[in-house]
Design a binder for this molecule. Sequence first.
Ligand code: SAH
Length: 282
Amino acid sequence: MKSPLKPPFNPTAKTPTVTERPSFPVRLKPDTGVPSATKLVAASAYPERAVAINSLRNALPASAPGGVGPDSQALRARMLQKLAAQGVSDDHVLAAMGAVERHRFVDTALVNQAYEDTSLPIGLGQTISKPNVVARMLELLRQGCTGKLGRVLEIGTGCGYQAAVLSHLATEVYSIERLRGLHDKARENLRPLRLPNVHLLFGDGMIGFPKGAPYAAIIAAAGGEAIPAAWIEQLAVGGRLVAPLQTSNGAQALVLIEKTRLGVKQTLLEAVHFVPLKSGTS
Ligand code: SAH
């Protein structure tokens, strides 16, 4: 079987450039709108905290006019309850997902499905992952981390939803997209949120973003035949990488890579269905 860590890193290879645009100019107070994590624990897992999760409706940010309305708070609270019932137990992840209005990242026609556990089209043949998969990957990234992650690299900005969630979990988020149309769309979607720690990059994420390295965590929303060597290079010692990876039978599985002083440990996890990781830009 092909080693997932191939092809080997070639320092002499010509590397295409990644362009960084300035991040959003306005700074907000840290943790704006993030509800207390302890309120978000599943009622099913902790019946004694059932009352607390209901108070989430008040803790979530109010919807601005033009969204699905104030009801989106209730929809998000329900989405979180479902996630927790499905086994998502990291309060920080639940709080971050409760703080981001997913319906603002999908087309108007799909707004009603924004809080269902389903992947949705975001244009140019790409999809936003279903909430359960986003939560699972973020939990894997955060395992063993008690506070915020440091710098995080995301490959595949798409509509920008996961980058927004990550902005609550990491000190800095570098997110790369190879399709100009989606890079621009994410910029538009994220602008009103004014997240000063999210840096959107247009380029080929297969080469990572060396300027921001080393990363405490790397997350990919597109799956290839191998984990690019550049990602491993740019991962900090003690860092974690989560990505979909094509398996020998042509299916995809989630892979967790942990970089330690002793080496790189790779764990293959459950089957997933992500869009393909492609090289170059378009
Ligand atoms: N996290 C995204 C999901 C995007 S889907 C969200 O919340 O919306 C995966 C994205 O990966 C697609 O937009 C696709 O264009 C992008 N992609 C695929 N290969 C890539 C590469 N080499 N570099 C950067 N982005 C890539």
